[in-house]
Write a protein that binds this ligand. Sequence first.
Ligand code: ADE
Length: 226
Amino acid sequence: MRIDILTIFPEMFESPFSHSIIKRAKEKNLVEIHLHDIRNYSTNKHRSVDDYSYGGDPGMVMTIEPIALCIEHLQSENQYDHIIYLTPDGITLRQSIANQLSMSKNIILLCGHYKGIDQRIRDKYITMEISIGDYVLSGGELAAAVLTDAIVRLMPGVLNDETSALSDSFQNELLSPPVYTRPYDFRGLKVPDILLSGNDKEIRKWQNEQAYEKTLRLRPDLLNEA
Ligand code: ADE
């Protein structure tokens, strides 16, 4: 998969994409992530990318031209399944959306700033608008990094059997059951004996019950949806 990220702060992605699973996926050539500085597409001598909003509302709006030129440049070289704008008024990111996007070949992620981007970009180029939750971030960069992580770890070949995404929370509409490792006894806090029983069937049954009980207690809305 190829992911192109349009941003005015490309440096914000350096650390999140240089560690752990995304780093490995890049090294294995399973994903290519390209960062594009929207300012490089500004035709203005000050390299500006924003302007006052029509209607007199306070706050600046990102202008059409640099974003349009950047998207059109990319579209002249690649075909994209989705051009996604990260925005608090998009559809809320869920595991099912990450699953669906992980099957894409190429996607563009557009990060906004200030009061947002000129509506005409949204009307003409954007195919999907995603929010990572009901709160407002300073810009779309952190949201784009979250979305990228959620997608890349689901791509075939990225996780091995041990870290398989199939047992993640949300993957089957349930939260994950509790997990334990050594020591067996930490200051009197013991690992549930069933996990040491060696009885695979009983262990799976216990884990399913725990997952169900935890979901019912913490996120009953997930059970209602399922
Ligand atoms: N940009 C600002 N806030 C955001 C959010 N909650 N989700 C996605 N993009 C954003």
